[in-house]
Design a protein around this ligand. Structure first.
Ligand SMILES: NC(=O)c1ccc[n+]([C@@H]2O[C@H](COP(=O)([O-])OP(=O)(O)OC[C@H]3O[C@@H](n4cnc5c(N)ncnc54)[C@H](O)[C@@H]3O)[C@@H](O)[C@H]2O)c1
Length: 495
């Protein structure tokens, strides 16, 4: 069963840079994908995008990702749209090609299936012409890499229904994205218009020999680019206006718009000379790194920025926070069969960059966070749910953490929990935190928890149903060897 209600399988038309990125977004969210792309190389290319996406997503989120969806390549656009709940078109940017694909696929899809198009700037009114049920086509314009960047611009054409726009936005949001709805369709939409303005000016600066491609990129990444990621342009300029705000800013910098400083009304002629110059400077800037290496560098940096912004509750960091909560809730609603004759494997996390301190190792406090999350899962396992938490809970009264090995950013960790003892009020358990790639034991933790009536603020006996589950678990865990570090005290010699 799909972790996203009502979305178990989607169709994707076109599996290049963007279609591959969409496939990764859906698959890593546990949704099956049917992909149509006539290029025999498409499975290899999508596989490579998926490898990058797996790597990045496991670094990005601390929450467990659902079991991956399955990817199937099909022979026709009709096949891709059959038996799916959503279709995303990501074919080359040619109107007639997109129209043909959408027309064919829409004859096969159920009438309620919404279609999103990744087009960078074609009008949905033109694309939906000739479709069966044209009212279900929306533009869902994403950004590369689709599996990491949250923005998706959502806009409809003349025939698009409000319901289709709402449904597409809800689907994108369920994948951890941030839909931004545009009121009216317009060539190039909003984001690409902004990007094009910058790009046009940058080409002039190279053409006129004012700066190299690297110098221009430096002007973005050491300055405005840093601010853009959390404030955009208008809020930044409001601050630049000082206490007098936007009106003062406009009075100060408005006149220069007339001079003007830019050459945006024109575009440099793409002569061989300009192209040779661009390519040579770009080669020099890349310093021999392959596209895959550059992609991984980009992805790691994006993960770091988004995790940093989560700490300041800003922009893409807020989207990440919301997405992680969704993933935790979905993981909690999934019934997983556990082998009771072994410590329960209850929690997994990939060490994010902001868990790592100046030594390059995971900070002590994060081990406590991992064992605390595992303890939380144990509570869920024995039956402490949202309803139970309205009156009672377990509070931790004593803990002991013991460190064995280091963990670094990107390491995948898993935590197992063994019940050591319990009675009506007490729960004594032991967590072992391992590195997933080689099962190295990196830390252990022992906890005593007390059952509490939260309204009265006093210890109280747990509900009979919880105690019955604990009794059953104890019957199994009682015969497991006692963990070597259980009962350790601080300073005890290691042996
Ligand atoms: N590259 C970007 O940064 C970016 C960003 C946002 C949106 N887009 C848009 O996404 C769409 C795809 O762009 P891309 O960058 O992935 O291009 P791409 O060239 O990487 O991929 C296009 C894919 O479509 C396949 N294809 C060709 N003919 C097809 C057909 N008849 N049916 C199905 N698939 C077919 C190709 O084999 C290729 O794999 C375009 O509309 C583009 O404007 C691109």
């Amino acid at each position: 069963m799909s972790p996203i209600p009502g979305l178990s399988c989607v169709g994707i038309l076109g599996g290049g840079v963007i279609g591959g990125g969409w496939a990764a977004r859906f698959l890593l969210n546990g949704v099956d994908v049917k992909m149509y792309d006539p290029d025999p190389e498409a499975p290899r290319k999508v596989g490579e995008v998926l490898d990058n996406a797996r790597r990045a997503m496991h670094k990005l989120v601390a929450s467990p990702l659902p079991p991956e969806g399955s990817l199937t390549f099909v022979d026709t656009p009709e096949d891709a749209a059959t038996g799916v709940q959503f279709v995303q078109e990501s074919a080359p940017e040619r109107l007639e090609l997109k129209q043909m694909l959408l027309q064919r696929a829409s004859t096969a899809a159920g009438p309620e299936v919404v279609f999103g198009s990744s087009t960078s700037g074609l009008l949905p009114t033109d694309m939906q012409r000739g479709m069966t049920h044209p009212e279900r086509l929306v533009v869902g314009h994403p950004f590369n890499p689709v599996y990491l960047l949250p923005l998706v611009e959502v806009v409809g054409g003349e025939q698009t229904s409000t319901a289709a726009l709402g449904e597409a936005a809800a689907i994108y949001e369920s994948l951890g994205m941030q839909p931004v709805r545009l009121e009216h369709e317009i060539d190039g939409f909003v984001a690409d218009r902004l990007l094009e303005a910058l790009w046009r000016e940058a080409l002039w600066l190279v053409n006129d020999g004012i700066a190299t491609v690297e110098e221009i990129d430096d002007c973005v990444r050491y300055g405005a680019g840093l601010r853009w990621s959390f404030m955009g342009t208008f809020l930044t300029y409001r601050i630049a206006g000082g206490e007098a705000g936007m009106r003062h800013f406009m009075a100060q910098f408005g006149p220069s718009l007339q001079w003007p400083w830019s050459k945006l009304t024109d575009v440099p002629e793409l002569t061989d000379e300009l192209l040779d110059k661009l390519v040579a400077q770009s080669d020099e800037q890349a310093r021999g790194r392959t596209i895959r290496e550059l992609e991984r560098h980009r992805d790691d940096s994006l993960v770091a920025v988004m995790q940093g912004l989560r700490a300041t509750h800003n922009g893409a960091g807020l989207v990440l926070d919301r997405y992680e909560r969704q993933l935790f809730a979905r993981a909690g609603s999934h019934h997983v069969e556990h082998d009771l004759d072994a410590p329960l494997r209850l929690y997994e996390a990939t060490v994010p960059v902001d868990w790592v301190d100046y030594n390059g190792h995971m900070n002590d406090s994060r081990f406590f966070q991992v064992t605390s999350e595992a303890g939380d899962r144990l509570m869920r396992f024995i039956g402490v749910d949202e309803q139970y938490l309205t009156h009672s809970s377990y509070y931790t009264v004593e803990s002991h953490v013991n460190f064995g090995a280091q963990a670094k950013a990107g390491d995948r960790l898993y935590a197992t929990v063994q019940l050591l003892s319990h009675d009506a009020k007490r729960l004594h358990h032991f967590t072992s935190i391992h590195r997933a790639d080689d099962d190295t034991l990196v830390a252990t933790a022992e906890h005593m928890m007390l059952h509490v009536d939260t309204a009265a603020g006093r210890s109280s006996p747990a509900a009979p149903a919880l105690l019955a589950t604990l009794d059953e678990l104890a019957a199994h865990h009682g015969s497991l060897p006692r963990p070597a570090h259980a009962g350790r005290f601080v300073g005890q010699p290691r042996g």
